[in-house]
Structures are given as C-alpha cells and as structure tokens.
Design a protein around this ligand. Sequence first.
Ligand SMILES: [Zn+2]
Length: 390
Amino acid sequence: MKTVITARRLLTPLEEIQDALLVIEDGRVSEIGSRSQKEAPLHARVVDFGDSVLTPGFFDIHIHGGAGLDVMRASVAELPQLGTFLARHGVTAYFPTTVAAPLDATFKALGRLADSIEAAQSDVANGNSVDARPMGIHLEGPFLSHKRRGVHPPENLVAPTLKIFDELWQAARGHVRMMTIAPEIPGAMEVIPEAARRGVCVSIGHSDAEMTIAKSAVAAGARHATHTFNAMRPLDHRDPGIIGEVLSDDRITADLIADGIHVSPAVVKIFLQAKGSERAVLITDAISAAGMPDGRYQLGPIEVDVKDCKCTANGSLAGSVLTMHRAVRNVMQFSNWTLRDAVRAATLNPATAVSMTSTSGTLNPGAPADFVILTPNGEVLKTIVAGRGC
Ligand SMILES: [Zn+2]
C-alpha cells in the first residue's frame, strides 16, 4: 500500500521542493517531487499537510535522557518512553550517551542499551509502531581529561587502553558508534585509530589539548568534536588550542549545544560561520530532566539540580533540557540561518558525521520514511518513523 504525503515544502535537506509530494512504500521513501510535475500514484492513500514543511527526522547524537528517564539507568522496557518524548520534538533517531560511571555499571548500562537498539531494529522489521529509535551508543567517557571533566566524577575517569576500549565494545555488542575522548591523555593515540577502524566516530572533547595534539588526533582518525567550547581548553589568540583546530580544520565536523546557556548566541554565530552549513552539527546533551519540571534529577551517578532551564551539579553545567526542535529554531534566531541550513545541522550533518546517511538524515528515494512535519512557523506538527502513523 502506497501513502502519499503532500505539503507546501520539502527539504531533503540539500534540495528544497515546493508544493511537495512524498510517496511512502513499505516504510521507505519511494518517490519525491513537486505536485506540478508528479501525480500521486493510482489507488494510493493521500494525506495533505497543507502549508507545512517536510524535513528528515532530527538525529541527536548526544543525549543522556529525557521525560524523567536516564539512559544509564533506564530498563529496556522503559527506554521506548524516551523515544516517544523525543518524537514529539521531531527526533526520529538518537544515540543514547553514557557518562563516566564505575566501569561495571557502565558495562551493565551498555548491555541494556544494546538490547534496546536490537529491540528497536526488530520492531521496525516486524512492522510494530515505533517512535524515535536508538541507533547506536555514544561513549562520553571514561577517557576524559581530569582538567576538563565538567561534571563527570573524577574517580570514574580512566586512562585509555585498547583492553578497556575492547571491553566497552564487547559489553555494547559492537553498538558503539561514537566516542568522546581527550586526545592528550596517555594511551589516547593508541585507542583513537583502533576505534576509527571499527567504524566509531571519534570525537575530541572534554580536553585540554594544545592545537598540535588536536591535529595529531585528527591525523590518527578523529573526525569530530564534542560540544565545542564546553569542557575544552579555551581559545586564546596566541594559544588557539583544541578549539583553534576544531574551528579551522575542514576535515572535522563539530557539534554545539545551541540552548543559549552553554554558549552565548554571539559565539554560536561564530561557530556556525566557522564550520558552515556542511560541518556544523546540533546536539542537545539533554538529561532526564528534559520535558520535566524544575527539581533534582540523575545523570548516571551525578545528581543534577534543574532551575529555569539550567542544569547544574556543584556549580558546573550538567547537560541541558534542550530539545532538537528548539535548537533548530535557536540557530535561526542567533545567526539568521535559513530553516534549510538549520535542519541540515540536525539531520544530514550528524548522519554524515557518524557515517549513517543510509539510515538517517535525508529524504531521498530509498531512505527510511523518518520525517517531521513542521508548521510554517517551525513548530512540530507530527513526526513519522518508518512511515507509520501518517
Ligand atoms: Zn553529555
């Protein structure tokens, strides 16, 4: 059975199609085009979304929780509730992200997250209805700098070794797709190329690296940077450090928390100009408090106080309550980026950074029918995963 979705505009996001028509068949996009050139297939069900804009579903590659659930602690049965919450904000794919915790707690969490990823895969294959899906795991820690650890507990930071990396990999049954690592800590330069060889997006961050070390990390296989500016050696015009490398090297993509709290709007604009619409990636770094009232919440082993959208632990910022949909709107507001560029930074760019463009980030024929329907002023009207529920 074919379903045809029509709307005012469609962003692939590389292309913009007016008076758009999108055909869904067996959970995938089979055709896209303009109604002026393409007719709806005979016998297809047609759903018209009027003035709306169709974009690929957002892909959040750095998220610790939401709707009261913490990914380090949630059971396999609970995690789909996080997917439901994320879908309400336009997200169709995400990487549950760890924090530095005792290693045995981390191994257990990785096992549960691997179960959740495999359960979501079989739900899609079996035609069960799904919301935003965990696609892979982002290891944020334990290989972080003591000096730039943020709120990650110092007693849980570990010096990188191939043995520990492999133990984490095995516990996650190969579902690790991204790893944040401080390249200057001893052992990092052995682990970076091995992780890259296994297809992990190696992201430099939580780091006090000088520019030369950051450059060596890129030469060793690092391809991305985690929450640029936050938990990084600050940029100085005579000592550019890791940020100098991140902003000036076109071989790497970089992400940012665009909530207006972690990075000032003016610096968000500088970041977007430096990385451009091809390499800038939006993340939320959201914690369990996202979508919940002010109060005290868990971030792995860390207790976090949330007040007026600000998450802190012992005076340091501890994740966010940002949603991807809000991040997209914020970059448009902070920098005058178009909706198309802002959407690209939440869809195609993260998918490219983690080498998953075949499953996420675009609305081209053959792609999974994972998309968002936005109102003309950018609010989420509906989120569709695997073509279901339209
Ligand atoms: Zn984080």
